[in-house]
Structure formats: C-alpha cells, structure tokens
Design a protein around this ligand. Structure first.
Ligand code: MN
Length: 252
C-alpha cells in the first residue's frame, strides 16, 4: 500500500458571484502540493481545516505523513506577541486546526513536512517565534524574500548548516530556491535546529534537533520547483519514503 499523505488545506472566500451573491467559502489546496505527493509515490488526502478537536485523531489515524502547506500569516498571539501593522491577514480556524493536527502528528511520530507557513507552524507549535514582517524588523540588509516572478524561478540561495536530514536529501550544501514569504523564524524552538539559511542569515529550513524524527520545515516552495532541480523532487520522495516506513502502524 502506498503511504497516505495528508495535505493541509485553507479556506478561501470565492469572489465569483452568481445572481449577485458570492458563491461562498471553499476548502482549497494548491494542486502543486497534491501533485508533488503523487509524483513521489504517495496518496494525497486534502485535509479541510475543521477545528473541532474530536476530528483531529480520526483524520490523523488514516495518515502516514503530514504535509503542512503554505498560506496566510499565523496569528502572533500564538507566540505571545501583539500584531504589527505590517502583518498580513490571518485565519484563526486554520491556525487552530494546524496547530492541533501537527501537535498530535508529532506525538504519534508521523513524518511531517512543513512548507513556508508550515515551517512557521512547526516552530510556533514547539515554542519558537516569528518575525511578523522581515523588512520592518530586519531592515535594509535583508534580501528580497517576496519575489514578484513566477514561483518556478529561484531568487536566492540557501546554505546548508553541516550534516542534517536536509543535507542528506539534497546531496549538496547550497542550492537556489524561490521565496514567497514576508515572515520568517525569529527564535528557534528548542526541539528544532536550523538546517539552512539564506545568505542574509534568514532561517530557510528547520528540522528535529537530534535527528531522531523525520520532521522538516522549509521556507521555500519546493512544490513549485520540481523541474528546477533534483533536490526539490527528492524532498518529497524522502518524505513519502519516511511515511512508508511507518505505514505498518496505520494497519495495526
Ligand atoms: Mn526566502
């Protein structure tokens, strides 16, 4: 049985109208996440952000791995800060769902891949904090992390920090990535360590500190760069392989 990978989805108000009424609110996941899982040999399951805690365990019970997808800013109350004016829109239902889901996924030992916001969810869940807006808080020395060009195009490099899960997957110590974030990791959670930074020092990847778990967060959108380099595709194949190694637990 191929491993089943949950892909966290967001909520989106549809701006399209029928008879002058908005169509409503939709559960939405970028097809690139879904396709990345499929190409890596996994079975993707899109997870709607249903906040009731009683749904978390049944949802997780059917999964071998969890992919936390990108999206809007986390509410800074989750890391004990007041919002700055430069913070972007937040989605409380999604924050609550993903923090609960990721927390249980770590408790039961599921492999977790966090992408962009997903990396930030992992860090905040485990007690770390975020820059609410890189340009405001880090000033002139910071690179452009919010590119205007297509997501398939790299804009800055990442430098890997020594031996790591990420380094083993990538097989190289630097490569180019895209960048679609205005927030980033500030204080790193105690259970995590930095495995890549951009040349300006911004954290671009985190993983489990002692390497005992397959938990990886990346700040770039690897799902949109699958044609850009084998290291981007290997992130998904390594994740799905790790999920497959644990998939016996689901059947048991
Ligand atoms: Mn970046």
């Amino acid at each position: 049985m191929p491993p089943v990978i949950g892909v966290s989805a967001t909520l989106k108000d549809d701006t399209e109208t029928v008879a002058e009424r908005p169509l409503g609110r939709f559960v939405r996941a970028d097809l690139d996440y879904v396709q990345s899982v499929v190409e890596a040999g996994g079975v993707p399951v899109v997870l709607p952000p249903v906040v009731e805690p009683e749904y978390v365990d049944p949802l997780l019970g059917g999964l071998d791995g969890l992919l936390l997808s990108g999206g809007s800013d986390l509410d800074p109350s989750h890391y004990g800060e007041e919002p700055l004016p430069e913070m972007g829109p937040t989605l409380p239902e999604r924050d609550a769902f993903e923090l609960a889901l990721a927390g249980r996924a770590l408790e039961v030992g599921l492999p977790v891949l966090g992408i962009c916001r997903g990396l930030q969810v992992l860090n905040v869940l485990l007690g770390g904090s975020l820059y609410q807006d890189l340009k405001t808080q880090l000033g002139e020395g910071v690179l452009e992390h919010r590119q205007k060009t297509p997501k398939c195009q790299p804009v800055h490099e990442v430098e890997l920090a020594g031996e790591s899960l990420l380094g083993g997957i990538a097989g190289k110590d630097r490569f180019a990535v895209n960048s679609y974030h205005h927030q980033a990791v500030k204080e790193v959670a105690g259970d995590l360590r930095v495995s890549a930074r951009s040349p300006d020092g911004v954290v671009e990847a985190l993983e489990w500190r002692d390497g005992s778990r397959w938990v990886l967060g990346i700040q770039w959108h690897a799902e949109a760069m699958r044609e850009a380099g084998p290291e981007q595709r290997r992130l998904f194949s390594a994740f799905v392989e790790a999920a497959g190694r644990g998939s016996g637990r689901r059947a048991a």
